[in-house]
Design a protein around this ligand. Sequence first.
Ligand code: S3P
Length: 179
Amino acid sequence: MIEIEPSLKIRKNIILIGFMGSGKTSVGGKLARARHYHFLDTDQILEEEFGCSIREYFEQKGEEEFRRQETNLMRRLSLSLRGCVLSTGGGLPLREENRSLLRETGVVIYLRASEETTMERLMGDTTRPLLAGEDLSEKVHRLLGERRPIYEKAAHYTLDTDKKSFYEIIKEIQTVVMF
Ligand code: S3P
């Protein structure tokens, strides 16, 4: 008899994880429209709850408090989410508790992009506190190196997005999500 690991008794949500600039929000919105699902984005929900931008929140309260708020949000979402595409902040899967919550809440898809593509997309960005200041390429290189294995561990499925159109990415997601 096949033993089904608890995390495979999945709720019908699709969750997108990945590094900053991997296209989670853009893909998520389009995917939700294609499936007639609701679309939610953890960063957008938190900004509404904070009443300020994530960059301002980092400045005022610091990263550790932001991470606490992300976990608090994931706990709430894990109880209530149904029929949603959820796009997540790039650092959310770093906490082990969050990874468990993600996998309990839906099919977790890692949108993987190469370092070159990531750099191109993030060049000139001023909204992301972790990339502020000098030497963007050093930061992206280091953070990507640290996080890639974590994203891979958190995900049910890893999807390479380089040189793929939104249409191709969404089609691939539709083929791996069996509901
Ligand atoms: C972060 C990613 C951001 C946002 C915050 C921290 C990270 O979200 O949550 O700036 O640690 O990677 P995006 O991945 O949507 O840019």
